[in-house]
Design a binder for this molecule. Structure first.
Ligand SMILES: Cc1cc2nc3c(=O)[nH]c(=O)nc-3n(C[C@H](O)[C@H](O)[C@H](O)COP(=O)(O)O)c2cc1C
Length: 231
């Protein structure tokens, strides 16, 4: 399917049929998800493909029982966790070495990333960085973050959301449908998946074959001239 066709056919489906989605569809979509652009390539994301009936039932409940989750044949949870930079660091350092990248790239991964992704106990190191940036910023342009745990979670969530979009488009391109859900009890989803406090549940995604009453109306968007600005 053509890219623009896949984009246009994707809708958020709230009711799926009983049809079983082949595992290969999810596998292919996950392959597309991990190819999404992501901040500094630290890949602070995880994809939990929930498979046991018991876990699925708990996830549906955590999604407040919404029909998009209840009727979904498959459920995938996209998680962002800034602390996962530590998982990526050895591979990234190796990667830049092998690629013979310029020296600043080595320094970026060996020195700058660890400093950037550390917020310290009670955000203490983040506060130190914020104060230093404030005073430096008086004299020259400087990055105004991320400094604190929340900032770094936001960075990780942006990348995870892009991966989620790649995923749903890849499902759409294979003729199946999805619904992204931020309508969930994050504490319960985290408990179900055994996630640490640094992790954020970016999206729960329901996947299935769209029921004929999967949406209650046509797609609606504001006119382009209200949201697209040539400046
Ligand atoms: C971040 C995000 C969270 C969403 N959460 C939910 C949700 O919890 N339940 C739901 O039914 N749809 C959810 N949606 C789907 C949106 O309601 C939907 O994308 C929007 O109404 C536009 O419809 P369309 O996707 O069919 O174009 C979510 C979408 C996004 C991007």
């Amino acid at each position: 399917m053509d890219f623009f066709e896949a984009v246009a056919r994707r809708r958020s489906i709230r009711k799926f049929t009983d049809e079983v989605v082949p595992e290969s569809v999810i596998e292919k979509a996950l392959e597309a998800a991990v190819l999404a652009p992501n901040s500094s390539n630290v890949q602070t994301w995880d994809f939990y493909w929930v498979q046991t009936p018991e876990k699925k039932a708990r996830l549906v409940e955590a999604c407040l029982g919404q029909s998009a989750a209840r009727t979904a044949n498959q459920l995938v949870v996209v998680v962002a966790d800034p602390k996962k930079w530590k998982r990526s660091k050895p591979a990234l350092v190796e990667w830049v070495k092998k690629a013979n990248a310029p020296k600043p790239v080595h320094l970026y991964y060996e020195k700058l990333i660890p400093v950037t992704y550390t917020w310290g106990p009670l955000n203490s190191f983040g506060l130190f960085k914020a104060v230093a940036a404030f005073f430096t910023g008086i004299f020259r342009p400087i990055l105004r973050g991320p400094f604190f745990k929340r900032d770094l979670q936001e960075v990780a969530i942006k990348s995870a959301a892009l991966a989620a979009e790649n995923f749903v488009l890849a499902v759409s391109a294979q003729g199946y449908s999805t619904c992204m859900m931020e309508g969930h009890d994050e504490n319960r989803v985290k408990k179900l998946l055994g996630l640490p406090s640094s992790a954020r549940v970016t999206m729960v995604i329901g996947i299935g074959r769209a029921h004929e009453r999967g949406t209650w109306g046509p797609q609606m968007r504001l006119p382009n001239d209200q949201v697209i600005h040539r400046v």
